[in-house]
Write a protein that binds this ligand. Structure first.
Ligand SMILES: C[S@@+](CC[C@H](N)C(=O)[O-])C[C@H]1O[C@@H](n2cnc3c(N)ncnc32)[C@H](O)[C@@H]1O
Length: 326
């Protein structure tokens, strides 16, 4: 894609633009990208009750803004493309009651377009700080809100997807079963019938689940995340980006997506050279994961300082990315 004036930097696979993605995606870029995006993966501003630094909307205003993104994103998607949105829970102002806004937003999003929910994933973060703090740590009447929703949507019932590209390591018992080459076949209490040979072939790993535990809470327990998640997981405080932020005295983006999560969906839902887009790029986790997985990418960010810090991601000598900053 040729350089446009909002481009802050580019690599041979992608570019990062500073500005309001809704506005930019309705201009010339719309014509360039229409029908060509294979995966939109993003974590939009969450519906919050207090405005965060980057100006999240509230209530009806949020709902209307969010659902109006759906027709635009659907137009950008290729016929087999997918949209993956990560979103957290919201709480009613000054009440120990969960808000329904994110659920209404999901319904509105699919109803306002030709999209459908393909599958929901849950992303559990055991290291999440206690929140909502008032009800969890002061009054002690609620538990820690510790997961985000990940909604996978598409225009057709059969978006491109291949779960054999995102296998989990086999469990210990499965590994020994594969060695032993025997198990008790037959009917299970769940009514599943297990055939004589059903489990005797080594497929390189087991099929991923729609639940991710992003950091192992217990080092001794086997947390079987897909290889693609593990290889890029954030055990974030020590990755190159965070070290660089500390060195440069930058405050890292407060709501970064987990690299493992982005990597999982890129591998699961796209092939090499497919185009990945993130309209709410923040520190550009998406662009970085797309880059190192050899996908094309475009990402946007409204806030110039987050955009600037995202440059650091691409400076890891190990990745050998050719970066051009304008
Ligand atoms: C939840 S954060 C995304 C973080 C990102 N996924 C990462 O890993 O760093 C949402 C981002 O969207 C940006 N934003 C909000 N409205 C925007 C808009 N209209 N266009 C582009 N970016 C926007 C905010 O500044 C914020 O950085």
């Amino acid at each position: 894609m040729g350089k446009i004036k909002e481009t802050l930097y580019s690599t041979s696979n992608g570019e990062f633009l500073v500005g309001n993605s809704e506005k930019l995606l309705k201009g010339k870029l719309y014509e360039k990208l229409k029908g060509k995006v294979d995966l939109i993966i993003t974590s939009p501003p969450f519906p919050l009750n207090q405005k965060k630094k980057y100006g999240n909307l509230k209530g009806d205003e949020y709902y209307n803004w969010f659902i109006n993104l759906a027709p635009l994103y659907s137009d950008l998607l290729s016929e087999e493309g997918s949209i993956v949105i990560e979103i957290g829970n919201a709480w009613e102002p000054e009440r120990p009651v969960q808000s329904l806004l994110h659920l209404k937003s999901l319904l509105g999003f699919v109803e306002n377009s030709d999209l459908r929910l393909i599958q929901e994933f849950i992303c559990y973060n055991p290291s999440r700080l206690p929140s909502p703090a008032q009800w969890v740590t002061v009054n002690r009447i609620r538990t820690v809100d510790s997961y985000t929703h990940v909604w996978w949507m598409a225009k057709s019932d059969f978006p491109k997807a291949d779960n054999s590209k995102v296998l989990r390591p086999y469990s210990k018992s499965m590994r020994s079963l594969l060695k032993r080459q025997s198990f008790n076949a037959g009917k299970r209490p769940s009514a599943h019938t297990i055939s004589e040979k059903g489990f005797l072939t080594d497929h390189g790993g087991s099929i991923a689940h729609n639940f991710f535990e992003m950091d192992p809470i217990d080092g001794d327990r086997e947390v079987r995340l897909p290889h693609s998640v593990l290889s890029l997981s954030n055990t974030n405080s020590n990755d190159f980006f965070m070290k660089k932020c500390r060195e440069m005295n930058y405050t890292p983006h407060p709501a970064r997506m987990h690299k493992g999560l982005v990597n999982f969906f890129i591998n699961f839902l796209t092939d090499e050279n497919d185009l990945v887009l993130d309209p709410f790029g923040g520190s550009n986790t998406t662009g970085y994961c797309a880059e190192i997985n050899n996908r094309k990418w475009v990402a946007f960010e409204l806030d110039g300082s987050y955009a600037e810090q995202s440059i650091l991601r691409f400076q890891n000598p190990v990745d050998n990315v050719k970066l051009k900053v304008y």
